[in-house]
Design a protein around this ligand. Structure first.
Ligand code: GLN
Length: 277
């Protein structure tokens, strides 16, 4: 007996809610849109339309994956970030809306005129590509420890038609040639290895190397802050994303590394998220 779009969505949302999805209705809609190859408006306009047997089988297979907690972005293979659609793979962190506030701050602070920007730990290339898409006069370099991430970021650049970005393998500043950037940005790993948050939700499926840092999550932030001054122009800016409870510690690290005008800004949820100097 064929099932309508409306009933398939309702059943799927109930199933995912039983399996602890924090957003069962949205997950069900996104997965069904992916199966049908249609925008979400289609689900409401055509709510009485029946799914074909094949559509229903594919949808059920995706729901099985979501039921065990696999992130929706890994199941469908992409996540929208800023104005871009980014391919994602389990080798990289899934771009989050929190990080869009870092992009917004970067765009506010970037000087007018030509210059260059460095994104450390670029992953999918999200931050680098968002900045490059808004500032065609900037040359943006993104680096990542993992070759798979570099290849993925390069693919996202091509898929989004961006030409003023380049990606390379580097452990933080390890392979960066001698150069002064107008801005350095990073969303480094910053979660404490003991944080119970690591055993819940999407982070269980994401690479630990993109999430966890020693010294209560501050080890990589410290390295980036200490080495950045050598790679910044005189009035250059460093912007780093961090945990909601790390603002004070990160401001101290910035100041000790010689930065002035140090401040912490909130994300869209009103939590401390980005420190800059
Ligand atoms: N904000 C992410 C989370 O808490 C972590 C991102 C990161 O470690 N860079 O899930």
């Amino acid at each position: 007996m064929p099932i309508s779009i409306e009933n398939a969505l309702r059943d799927a949302a109930l199933l995912l809610a039983e399996h602890q999805s924090p957003s069962p209705r949205i997950d069900a809609s996104v997965l069904l849109c992916h199966v049908l190859g249609k925008p979400s408006s289609y689900l409401y306009t055509w709510s009485d339309k029946a799914l074909s047997d094949e559509e229903e089988t594919v949808f059920n297979a995706l729901l099985e994956r979501r039921k065990v907690g696999e992130p929706v972005a890994y199941i469908i293979g992409y996540r929208d970030f800023w104005s871009l659609r980014l391919s994602v793979e389990p080798s990289t962190l899934i771009p989050r809306p929190d990080t869009e506030s870092l992009v917004e701050l970067a765009l506010e602070r970037l000087p007018q005129g030509e210059g260059s920007v460095l994104d450390l730990g670029t992953g999918t290339g999200a931050i680098a590509l968002a900045i490059a898409s808004e500032r065609k006069d900037m040359a943006v370099t993104g680096v990542d420890l993992r070759d798979e991430a570099v290849a993925l970021a390069e693919r996202n650049k091509v898929e989004n038609g961006i030409t003023n970005a380049q990606f390379m393998q580097s452990s933080w500043f390890g392979n960066i040639p001698e150069h002064r950037f107008a801005m350095i940005v990073s969303n480094p790993p910053y979660i404490d290895p003991e944080d119970p948050h690591l055993s819940q939700g999407d982070v269980r499926f994401e690479p630990k190397s993109a999430l966890i840092a020693d010294d209560h999550g501050l080890a990589d932030i410290r390295v980036i802050c200490q080495q950045s001054p050598e790679y910044l122009t005189d009035n250059g800016w460093l912007l780093i994303e961090h945990g909601y409870d790390q603002g004070e510690a990160v401001r101290t690290i910035f100041s000790e590394a010689g930065f002035s005008d140090v401040e912490t800004q909130h994300d869209y949820a009103g939590l401390d998220r980005v420190t800059l100097g």
